[in-house]
Design a protein around this ligand. Structure first.
Ligand code: FEO
Ligand code: CA
Ligand code: CA
Length: 674
C-alpha cells in the first residue's frame, strides 16, 4: 500500500530513558520521573567483588579488586569487536549471510520524525487490524468522533502489544485462516479524543471508552492466498474482547485470600478486568499468557495510608487517571485491596470464546512484562518472567504437575501450583573479555511453603517484590521480555535501559552507568534443564551506536551491524535467530523504533540486522515470526509525540484515510513467492 511520508519538526526533548514525556505520562505513570521503587539494600555484586568477597572473580579480573568500582572495569577491549573468524568483511548488516536463515537485506535506520513503515527490499506491509475495527457482525464501524463505550467493548482495543498467532480455522481453506490475539496495553487519551490535556478534561463517557479500550483482543484472520496479507474477520466465531469490566477467575494460593477481597468480591475469587497487558507468551498447550505491567497508574492513591511501604514498592503513589470518578474501586482509599488484584499473569484460551480467563497468583505479583514457558527435563512447566522496573528482578516459576501432551484441560491447571524463584547473578570478572558469570534461582515459595522469613505464601505472592528484596537477588536494568529459544533452550532477556544506574552501582550483569541503550543477556540453565536452580549467563548485546566503544555485538565486527537501542520484546524464528523489538530509539539515537534479527549461534552470532522500522512516535511490539518472509508486528502508540493531538497529528498510520493514528497489528511479507 502507499505510505505517505511526512517529515516533521524535530521531536521535543525526551525524558530520561528515551521516551517522550507523553509516553511516560500515559504508559507508565511517569515511572522514570519517580523515585526508584526498589530501595532495598541488596548489594550490587560489583560491590561484593570490590570488597574482596568473591576472590576468584577478583583474581580473574587481574587481581585488582579495586578495578571493579569503575566503569572501565566493565568496558570490553574496544578492538575486541571482531572475534577471530567472525564477520570478516561480509557486510552482513546489509546482505543475508551465506547459510543464514535471515532471508532479507537489512534496512538503514529511519529518522525519528518519519511517518512511514519501512520494510526490506522486496517486502510489503499491510494492517491486519487497527484500533476500533469491529469484531462482531453487528458492531458499529469505527467512528473517531463518535466513539461509545458500547462500541469500544466490541472493537479492537488500543495500543497493541504482545501478539499470538494460531494457524488454521474451521471449514475449507484452513491454511488461509488463523486466529490472532493481542494485548491492548494502555491508551493515549490525548490522541483518542479532541481537547484533552489531562485526565481532568475527560468526560465520564470518555473514561468508559478508555477502560473498554484496555485489555485483550482476539480475532479470526484470513488471507486470500499464501502471497497475500492476513486481515481480521469481522464476525469470526472465536472473536472476543476482554476489557476492564470482563470477569476473571483467580487461581493459586492467594486466590480468596484476605488481601484480594473487596466489597464487590467478598470471596476474593472474581476480578473484573485486566490492565496494562504488556508482553506475553504462548504455552505449549496453546493458551495465551499476558503480563499485567504498569497497573499502578490507574489507581488514585491520594491520601491512602501506606505504613509499610507496600504501595510505594509498587509505584502506587499517583493521583491516577480519573478512573475513580466512574468506578470507586480505582480509589485506593475507598477500596484498598483492589490494587492487589492487578499485577498478575493472566491465561486465556483464545480458541474458546466462552472460557473464563484466569489470573495465576502462583506466578507472583509485580509489573509483569510477560511470561514464557519451557518444559523441564521431567516435563514440568517453567515460566520465565521479567519485572519491568529499574533495579528490579527476573523470576522463574516451575509447576508442580507435569505437562501431558494433548490434554489441554489438565495443562491449563499447570500454572495454578508450583515453586517461585528469583534470579541472583554473579560475575566472573573482566579478564575473559566477556560480561558473563554464573547464577542461581533463589527460592521464594517451594512445595507450598514460603522461603521468605516473616512472610506467608499469600504475602509472598501478593507482594512478591518485597519478598524478593529479602532474599538478595540481582537488581537488573529494567528486565522486560525473558524468553527461551525453542531451538537451543537458552533464555534471552532484554534489559531495556536504566539511566539511574550510577558508576558505583555497575556490576558485570549490568555493566553500564547511565545505561540508556540497554542490553540483552543469554542464560543457559545448568544441564540444559529448565528445572535447574543454577545457570550460567553472558551478555550478547550491549546496545547503542556501534561506533560507541561501550557497545558489544557478541564479538561480531561492529562495522557491519545496525545501530540499536532499548531492546524490549524478543522473539525467535524457526532457525533460532533472535528478533528484537525496540522501545525508545527516537530519544536515544534519533531513529524510529525498529525490529531486528540477530543470529545467536555460530560464526554469524551478533550480526544484528534491521528488518523494519515503525512510524514517528511508535514503539515496535509483539513480533511474531511466521517464517523468514512473513512477520507480524504490533505498532504501538503511533504519533505519540509531545504536542500531538487529533487536531495536530504527527502520524496518520496506518493511513486508512481517517487522518488519525490508529495502533495496529501489521503483517510484513515478501511480495512474491512466500
Ligand atoms: Fe510494557 Fe515493559 O513494556
Ligand atoms: Ca567475564
Ligand atoms: Ca514491553
Amino acid at each position: 500500500m502507499t505510505t505517505p511520508v511526512r517529515m516533521l519538526p524535530l521531536l521535543t526533548s525526551a525524558h530520561e530513558g528515551g521516551r517522550s514525556s507523553m509516553t511516560c505520562q500515559y504508559r507508565c505513570g511517569n515511572a522514570c520521573a519517580q523515585d526508584v521503587p526498589n530501595t532495598s539494600d541488596n548489594e550490587y555484586f560489583g560491590d561484593i567483588v570490590a570488597a574482596g568477597v568473591t576472590r576468584r572473580a577478583a583474581l580473574r579480573a587481574g587481581g585488582v579488586g579495586a578495578a571493579f568500582v569503575g566503569l572501565t572495569a566493565w568496558t570490553l577491549p574496544q578492538t575486541a569487536a571482531a572475534a577471530p573468524g567472525k564477520g570478516k568483511g561480509k557486510g552482513l548488516a546489509k546482505k543475508p549471510a551465506k547459510g543464514s536463515a535471515l532471508g532479507f537485506e537489512g534496512i538503514a535506520p529511519t529518522p525519528a520524525n518519519v511517518d512511514a513503515v519501512k520494510v526490506p527490499e522486496g517486502f510489503a506491509w499491510a494492517p491486519i487490524i487497527s484500533w476500533g475495527d469491529p469484531l462482531f457482525a453487528d458492531t458499529p464501524a469505527f467512528d473517531f468522533d463518535n466513539q461509545t463505550p458500547e462500541a469500544q467493548r466490541e472493537q479492537a482495543g488500543y495500543n497493541c502489544d504482545y501478539v499470538q498467532f494460531h494457524l488454521g480455522g474451521a471449514g475449507n481453506n484452513g491454511a488461509h485462516k488463523g486466529l490472532l490475539a493481542f494485548n491492548n496495553e494502555y491508551t493515549n487519551d490525548e490522541l483518542m479524543f479532541r481537547g484533552i490535556s489531562s485526565s481532568d478534561d475527560l468526560t465520564d463517557e470518555q473514561l468508559e471508552i478508555i477502560m473498554a479500550a484496555h485489555g485483550i483482543t482476539i480475532t479470526e484472520v484470513a488471507r486470500r492466498n499464501a502471497s497475500s496479507a492476513w486481515r481480521w474477520v469481522q464476525g469470526g466465531k472465536r472473536n472476543r474482547r476482554l476489557h476492564t469490566d470482563s470477569p476473571f477467575a483467580v487461581t493459586g494460593p492467594a486466590a480468596g485470600s484476605a488481601h484480594l477481597r473487596t466489597k464487590a468480591d467478598p470471596r476474593g475469587e472474581r476480578i473484573l478486568g485486566t490492565l496494562n497487558n504488556c508482553a506475553g507468551g504462548e504455552t505449549p498447550w496453546g493458551t495465551y499468557l499476558s503480563g499485567e505491567e504498569n497497573f499502578n497508574q490507574y489507581f488514585d492513591a491520594t491520601g491512602a495510608p501506606d505504613p509499610d511501604g507496600k504501595l510505594k514498592r509498587y509505584g502506587i503513589t499517583s493521583s491516577g487517571r480519573g478512573w475513580e470518578r466512574v468506578q470507586d474501586r480505582f480509589s485506593v482509599t475507598k477500596e484498598p485491596n483492589e490494587v492487589n488484584r492487578f499485577g498478575w499473569v493472566v491465561e486465556v484460551d483464545p480458541e474458546d470464546p466462552t472460557s473464563t480467563p484466569v489470573k495465576h497468583t502462583s506466578l507472583g505479583r509485580f509489573k509483569h512484562e510477560g511470561a514464557t514457558i519451557a518444559l523441564t527435563a521431567d516435563g514440568r512447566a517453567a515460566a520465565y518472567m521479567g519485572d519491568d522496573e529499574r533495579f528490579d528482578y527476573i523470576y522463574k516459576f516451575i509447576s508442580k504437575a507435569k505437562y501431558v501432551e494433548g490434554d489441554k484441560k489438565h495443562n491449563m491447571t499447570l500454572l495454578t501450583e508450583g515453586d517461585l524463584y528469583v534470579a541472583k547473578l554473579t560475575g566472573d570478572g573482566a579478564a575473559d573479555g566477556e560480561y558473563d558469570g554464573t547464577g542461581q534461582w533463589l527460592p521464594l515459595v517451594v512445595d507450598g511453603r514460603s522461603k521468605v522469613p516473616g512472610m506467608s505464601v499469600e504475602e509472598v505472592l501478593v507482594w512478591t517484590r518485597i519478598a524478593a528484596d529479602k532474599v538478595g537477588p540481582t537488581k537488573m536494568d529494567r528486565p522486560e521480555d525473558v524468553q527461551p529459544s525453542p531451538v537451543t533452550g537458552k533464555i534471552y532477556a532484554a534489559m531495556t535501559n536504566n539511566t539511574r544506574r550510577t558508576a558505583a552501582q555497575i556490576d558485570e550483569a549490568n555493566p553500564r552507568a547511565n545505561n540508556k541503550h540497554g542490553h540483552v543477556t543469554e542464560f543457559t540453565e545448568d544441564g540444559g534443564d529448565h528445572g535447574s536452580l543454577t545457570f550460567t549467563w553472558k551478555i550478547v548485546l550491549v546496545a547503542g551506536d556501534p561506533n560507541d566503544p561501550q557497545t558489544y555485538f557478541d564479538g561480531y565486527d561492529k562495522s557491519e551491524v545496525s545501530p540499536i537501542s532499548c531492546p524490549d520484546n524478543v522473539a525467535f524464528d524457526g532457525a533460532g535467530n533472535l528478533w528484537i523489538a525496540t522501545d525508545g530509539m527516537p530519544g536515544t539515537l534519533g531513529w524510529c523504533d525498529a525490529l531486528y534479527a540477530m543470529p545467536v549461534e555460530g560464526e554469524d552470532s551478533g550480526a544484528l540486522r534491521q528488518f523494519l522500522s515503525v512510524p514517528v512516535g511508535a514503539e515496535t511490539c509483539g513480533p511474531t515470526i511466521l517464517g523468514p518472509d512473513s512477520v507480524i508486528v504490533a505498532v504501538q502508540h503511533p504519533g505519540e509525540v509531545d504536542g500531538a493531538s487529533p487536531d495536530n497529528v504527527v502520524s496518520q498510520f496506518p493511513y486508512r484515510g481517517d487522518g488519525q493514528p490508529r495502533p495496529s497489528v501489521i503483517h510484513a511479507y515478501r511480495r512474491h513467492g512466500r
